[in-house]
Design a protein around this ligand. Structure first.
Ligand code: PMP
Length: 361
């Protein structure tokens, strides 16, 4: 039989692997592969969801009620808030808007797995800049901001910064950010991806919203999400705070009506229940401390963990150690030849993780 003729696909897209999701877990397994929130949704959020506006109608295209809440909270104008179906959607929207064929997008690597695909889909060129490695485990896995600033050329249209860095864990400090941004041309878009901001305890970490970075640096956009600390990963809702004209570009490239009424409702109900949700965040942070302390006591060189995940630098033994996790019904995220990212999950998962890791020492 002859092969049917199929439509032509751009070769760089045909070669691009689809987003790789953490494996689904069986009933007895701990799923620690996607930096999700282990807690069940709050009853108040479920109740609000059940009352979501009639679903035969389209949602409000720009999620106005949610944007109003976020604008009031951060002291910005309504147009300085953009909401989309996950912050990863906003990453695509902004990169598509800023970069095209012949342009460059600079990002740290290793970092969030979606980053390399962003310039590629836009037809632009990705410029990955290796993270800092240091003999001192606690200070490795950080952005090399000097090298990133050196990588900026007159073709650079966007720079992606991830703090805390997924998957290694450390933050960018305020001081590091200030020195970096001073070296970046004012017409280059800088995306400060703060998906895990609520879990940060490092006192010197940059916080783009608290520090009102967009006022001083109109080229910066700050990304946040309801997927992690707020536990709404399954509903897909994230937001950006930036200058209105910059966000207009994201609104223009975004797929219309992609934030569902359910997602908007649940996000607002989560803001209403923020105190309760932040208590849960504090519990996850405590578990993180327990995990990091125990791993370091076992001799693992774990970098500073500021998100809801921990990086185990397993290097050449990654596949073998990942198999030990699978055998123990713990689903983690291995990066072959490099390391394993373990989300901080259920209380009982901590002991199981530590047990697996102690058996492979
Ligand atoms: N940024 C970073 C650094 C992430 O790790 C993730 C999710 N893994 C996202 C953005 C996207 O999150 P979401 O689309 O669920 O908001």
């Amino acid at each position: 039989m002859t092969e049917p003729i199929l439509p032509r696909i751009r070769p760089e897209i045909a070669a691009l692997a689809p987003y790789r999701q953490g494996k689904q877990a069986g009933p007895d397994a701990f799923k620690l592969s996607s930096n999700e929130n282990p807690f069940e949704p709050l009853p108040s959020v479920l109740e609000a969801l059940a009352r979501t506006t009639p679903i035969n109608r389209y949602p409000d295209a720009t999620a106005t009620r949610l944007r109003e809440r976020l604008a009031a909270r951060y002291g910005v104008d309504l147009d300085q808030v953009h909401v989309a179906s996950g912050s990863v959607a906003i990453l695509y929207q902004l990169v598509q808007a800023a970069a095209s064929v012949g342009d460059e997008v600079v990002y740290a690597w290793r970092s969030f797995e979606a980053y390399p695909g962003l310039p590629l889909v836009a037809g632009a060129t990705g410029i990955p800049v290796p993270l800092k490695e240091s003999g001192d485990a606690e200070s490795s896995g950080r952005h090399d901001l000097d090298a990133m600033a050196d990588a900026v050329t007159d073709r650079t249209r966007a720079i992606l910064l991830c703090t805390p860095n997924n998957p290694t864990g450390p933050v960018i400090t305020s001081e590091e950010f200030s020195s970096f941004i001073a070296r970046v041309p004012a017409d280059v878009l800088v995306i400060l991806d703060e998906a895990y901001a609520e879990f940060v305890t490092a006192p010197d970490a940059v916080d783009g919203l608290k520090e009102r970075v967009i006022e001083k640096h109109p080229n910066v956009v700050i990304l946040r999400t309801f997927s992690k600390a707020y536990g709404l990963a399954g509903l897909r809702v994230g937001y950006a705070i930036g200058q209105a004209k910059v966000l207009d570009a994201a609104r223009a490239t975004g797929i219309p009506l992609s934030v569902t009424a359910a997602a908007e409702t649940a996000a607002i109900a989560s803001l209403d229940a923020e105190a309760e949700l932040m208590q849960r965040v504090a519990v996850i942070v405590e578990r993180r401390t327990t995990l990091v302390t125990a791993l370091r006591a076992q001799g693992w060189k774990v970098p500073d963990a500021q998100g809801n995940f921990v990086w185990l630098p397993t290097g050449a033994r990654t596949d073998e150690i990942a198999a030990a996790f699978v055998a123990a019904d713990v689903i983690v995220r291995p990066f072959s030849g490099d390391g394993i990212r373990i989300s901080v999950g259920e209380e009982a998962s901590i002991d199981r993780v530590l047990h697996v890791v102690s058996t492979v020492l």
